[in-house]
Design a protein around this ligand. Structure first.
Ligand code: HEM
Length: 165
Protein backbone atom coordinates (compact mmCIF):
# COMPACT_ATOMS: atom_id res chain seq x y z
CA UNK A 1 0.00 0.00 0.00
CA UNK A 2 2.78 2.33 0.95
CA UNK A 3 4.41 1.87 -2.43
CA UNK A 4 1.17 2.68 -4.30
CA UNK A 5 0.89 5.85 -2.27
CA UNK A 6 4.45 6.73 -3.30
CA UNK A 7 3.91 6.26 -7.06
CA UNK A 8 0.40 7.74 -7.18
CA UNK A 9 1.62 11.34 -7.67
CA UNK A 10 3.90 10.14 -10.46
CA UNK A 11 0.97 8.40 -12.19
CA UNK A 12 -1.16 11.53 -11.91
CA UNK A 13 1.68 13.57 -13.41
CA UNK A 14 2.12 11.13 -16.31
CA UNK A 15 -1.63 11.06 -17.01
CA UNK A 16 -1.82 14.84 -16.92
CA UNK A 17 1.10 15.09 -19.35
CA UNK A 18 -0.53 12.54 -21.64
CA UNK A 19 -3.71 14.62 -21.73
CA UNK A 20 -1.83 17.87 -22.27
CA UNK A 21 0.10 16.60 -25.30
CA UNK A 22 -2.24 14.72 -27.64
CA UNK A 23 -0.48 12.35 -30.07
CA UNK A 24 0.64 14.08 -33.27
CA UNK A 25 -1.75 13.41 -36.12
CA UNK A 26 -0.58 11.72 -39.29
CA UNK A 27 -1.48 14.98 -41.05
CA UNK A 28 1.04 16.86 -38.91
CA UNK A 29 3.68 14.17 -39.48
CA UNK A 30 3.20 14.49 -43.24
CA UNK A 31 3.96 18.20 -42.94
CA UNK A 32 0.42 19.60 -42.87
CA UNK A 33 -1.10 21.22 -45.95
CA UNK A 34 2.27 22.10 -47.54
CA UNK A 35 3.63 18.61 -46.93
CA UNK A 36 0.60 16.87 -48.42
CA UNK A 37 0.63 19.28 -51.37
CA UNK A 38 4.29 18.47 -52.05
CA UNK A 39 3.73 14.70 -51.75
CA UNK A 40 0.85 14.79 -54.27
CA UNK A 41 2.86 16.95 -56.68
CA UNK A 42 5.92 14.72 -56.45
CA UNK A 43 3.79 11.59 -56.90
CA UNK A 44 2.16 12.98 -60.06
CA UNK A 45 5.48 14.15 -61.45
CA UNK A 46 7.07 10.72 -60.93
CA UNK A 47 4.00 8.99 -62.32
CA UNK A 48 3.94 11.06 -65.50
CA UNK A 49 7.59 10.03 -66.09
CA UNK A 50 6.85 6.35 -65.40
CA UNK A 51 6.46 4.45 -68.68
CA UNK A 52 4.70 1.60 -66.84
CA UNK A 53 1.64 3.70 -66.01
CA UNK A 54 1.96 7.17 -67.60
CA UNK A 55 -0.42 6.14 -70.42
CA UNK A 56 -3.31 5.92 -67.94
CA UNK A 57 -2.97 9.64 -67.31
CA UNK A 58 -2.69 10.77 -70.95
CA UNK A 59 -6.12 12.44 -70.92
CA UNK A 60 -6.20 13.29 -67.24
CA UNK A 61 -6.92 16.74 -65.84
CA UNK A 62 -3.74 16.92 -63.78
CA UNK A 63 -4.67 20.15 -61.98
CA UNK A 64 -7.93 18.61 -60.75
CA UNK A 65 -6.23 15.29 -59.97
CA UNK A 66 -3.64 17.05 -57.83
CA UNK A 67 -6.34 19.01 -56.00
CA UNK A 68 -8.42 15.87 -55.31
CA UNK A 69 -5.38 13.85 -54.26
CA UNK A 70 -4.43 16.54 -51.74
CA UNK A 71 -7.97 16.54 -50.34
CA UNK A 72 -8.07 12.74 -50.13
CA UNK A 73 -4.67 12.35 -48.47
CA UNK A 74 -5.51 15.19 -46.09
CA UNK A 75 -8.77 13.52 -45.02
CA UNK A 76 -7.15 10.08 -44.71
CA UNK A 77 -4.43 11.60 -42.55
CA UNK A 78 -6.96 13.22 -40.23
CA UNK A 79 -6.44 16.74 -41.55
CA UNK A 80 -9.01 19.55 -41.65
CA UNK A 81 -10.22 18.93 -45.21
CA UNK A 82 -13.25 17.72 -47.10
CA UNK A 83 -12.88 15.33 -50.04
CA UNK A 84 -15.01 16.60 -52.92
CA UNK A 85 -13.98 14.18 -55.69
CA UNK A 86 -15.46 11.00 -57.05
CA UNK A 87 -15.43 7.82 -54.98
CA UNK A 88 -12.43 5.58 -55.66
CA UNK A 89 -14.70 3.05 -57.37
CA UNK A 90 -16.24 5.73 -59.63
CA UNK A 91 -12.93 7.43 -60.44
CA UNK A 92 -11.28 4.19 -61.55
CA UNK A 93 -14.19 2.26 -63.03
CA UNK A 94 -13.58 0.94 -66.53
CA UNK A 95 -9.89 1.89 -66.54
CA UNK A 96 -8.79 -1.75 -66.44
CA UNK A 97 -6.21 -1.07 -63.73
CA UNK A 98 -4.09 -4.04 -62.69
CA UNK A 99 -2.21 -5.08 -59.59
CA UNK A 100 1.00 -4.05 -61.39
CA UNK A 101 -0.42 -0.54 -62.03
CA UNK A 102 -1.35 -0.22 -58.37
CA UNK A 103 2.09 -1.37 -57.23
CA UNK A 104 3.81 1.05 -59.62
CA UNK A 105 1.81 3.97 -58.23
CA UNK A 106 2.58 2.94 -54.65
CA UNK A 107 6.28 2.66 -55.55
CA UNK A 108 6.17 6.22 -56.91
CA UNK A 109 4.46 7.40 -53.75
CA UNK A 110 7.16 5.80 -51.57
CA UNK A 111 9.91 7.37 -53.72
CA UNK A 112 8.10 10.72 -53.52
CA UNK A 113 7.89 10.56 -49.72
CA UNK A 114 11.52 9.41 -49.42
CA UNK A 115 12.68 12.33 -51.57
CA UNK A 116 10.74 14.71 -49.31
CA UNK A 117 12.16 13.17 -46.12
CA UNK A 118 8.76 12.14 -44.77
CA UNK A 119 9.41 10.12 -41.59
CA UNK A 120 9.18 6.36 -42.22
CA UNK A 121 6.46 5.84 -39.63
CA UNK A 122 4.27 8.45 -41.32
CA UNK A 123 4.97 6.82 -44.70
CA UNK A 124 3.80 3.44 -43.40
CA UNK A 125 0.68 4.92 -41.85
CA UNK A 126 -0.33 6.66 -45.08
CA UNK A 127 0.42 3.58 -47.18
CA UNK A 128 -1.71 1.52 -44.85
CA UNK A 129 -4.67 3.89 -45.39
CA UNK A 130 -4.25 3.88 -49.16
CA UNK A 131 -3.77 0.10 -49.35
CA UNK A 132 -7.27 -0.24 -47.92
CA UNK A 133 -8.57 1.36 -51.18
CA UNK A 134 -6.96 -1.34 -53.30
CA UNK A 135 -10.20 -3.27 -53.83
CA UNK A 136 -12.14 -0.18 -54.95
CA UNK A 137 -9.44 1.01 -57.33
CA UNK A 138 -8.85 -2.33 -59.01
CA UNK A 139 -12.23 -3.99 -58.82
CA UNK A 140 -14.92 -1.41 -59.44
CA UNK A 141 -18.43 -2.83 -59.43
CA UNK A 142 -19.37 -4.17 -62.82
CA UNK A 143 -22.06 -2.25 -64.70
CA UNK A 144 -25.60 -3.61 -64.22
CA UNK A 145 -25.82 -4.87 -67.85
CA UNK A 146 -22.71 -7.05 -67.44
CA UNK A 147 -24.05 -8.48 -64.15
CA UNK A 148 -27.41 -9.29 -65.75
CA UNK A 149 -25.72 -10.93 -68.72
CA UNK A 150 -23.61 -13.13 -66.44
CA UNK A 151 -26.68 -14.13 -64.40
CA UNK A 152 -28.54 -15.34 -67.51
CA UNK A 153 -26.05 -16.43 -70.17
CA UNK A 154 -27.16 -15.79 -73.75
CA UNK A 155 -29.23 -18.59 -75.33
CA UNK A 156 -27.63 -20.54 -78.12
CA UNK A 157 -29.84 -19.58 -81.12
CA UNK A 158 -29.07 -22.87 -82.86
CA UNK A 159 -30.09 -25.03 -79.86
CA UNK A 160 -33.78 -25.33 -80.87
CA UNK A 161 -32.79 -26.13 -84.42
CA UNK A 162 -30.35 -28.87 -83.32
CA UNK A 163 -32.85 -30.48 -80.99
CA UNK A 164 -35.30 -30.67 -83.87
CA UNK A 165 -37.90 -28.40 -82.23
C1 HEM B 1 -4.71 4.06 -53.57
C2 HEM B 1 -4.45 4.35 -54.83
C3 HEM B 1 -5.12 5.49 -55.57
C4 HEM B 1 -5.66 6.64 -55.07
C5 HEM B 1 -5.74 7.09 -53.62
C6 HEM B 1 -6.16 7.38 -56.20
C7 HEM B 1 -6.79 8.61 -56.11
C8 HEM B 1 -7.43 9.24 -57.16
C9 HEM B 1 -8.21 10.45 -57.05
C10 HEM B 1 -8.42 11.24 -55.77
C11 HEM B 1 -8.70 10.74 -58.26
C12 HEM B 1 -9.54 11.97 -58.66
C13 HEM B 1 -11.02 11.67 -58.65
C14 HEM B 1 -11.81 12.85 -59.20
O1 HEM B 1 -11.36 13.48 -60.18
O2 HEM B 1 -12.89 13.13 -58.67
C15 HEM B 1 -8.20 9.71 -59.17
C16 HEM B 1 -8.44 9.66 -60.53
C17 HEM B 1 -7.70 8.90 -61.39
N1 HEM B 1 -6.81 7.92 -61.04
FE1 HEM B 1 -6.38 7.29 -59.20
N2 HEM B 1 -5.89 6.70 -57.35
C18 HEM B 1 -5.25 5.54 -57.00
C19 HEM B 1 -4.77 4.58 -57.87
C20 HEM B 1 -4.65 4.77 -59.23
C21 HEM B 1 -3.86 3.96 -60.11
C22 HEM B 1 -3.05 2.72 -59.70
C23 HEM B 1 -3.97 4.51 -61.35
C24 HEM B 1 -3.32 4.10 -62.64
C25 HEM B 1 -2.12 3.60 -62.73
C26 HEM B 1 -4.86 5.65 -61.25
C27 HEM B 1 -5.27 6.44 -62.29
C28 HEM B 1 -6.22 7.43 -62.19
C29 HEM B 1 -6.76 8.14 -63.35
C30 HEM B 1 -6.37 7.93 -64.82
C31 HEM B 1 -7.70 9.07 -62.84
C32 HEM B 1 -8.57 10.06 -63.63
C33 HEM B 1 -7.85 11.35 -63.86
C34 HEM B 1 -8.67 12.29 -64.76
O3 HEM B 1 -9.38 11.81 -65.63
O4 HEM B 1 -8.58 13.52 -64.60
N3 HEM B 1 -5.24 5.78 -59.93
N4 HEM B 1 -7.44 8.83 -58.47
Amino acid sequence: MASIARIAPLLVLLLAQGCATPPRSLYADLGGRDGVDAIALELLSRTSDDSRIAHHFRNANIVRLHEKLVELICVEAGGPCVYSGASMAEAHAGRGLTEADFNALVENLIDAMESLDVPRRAQFRLLERLAAMHGEVLAPPRPRQARDDAASPPQDPTAAHRSGR
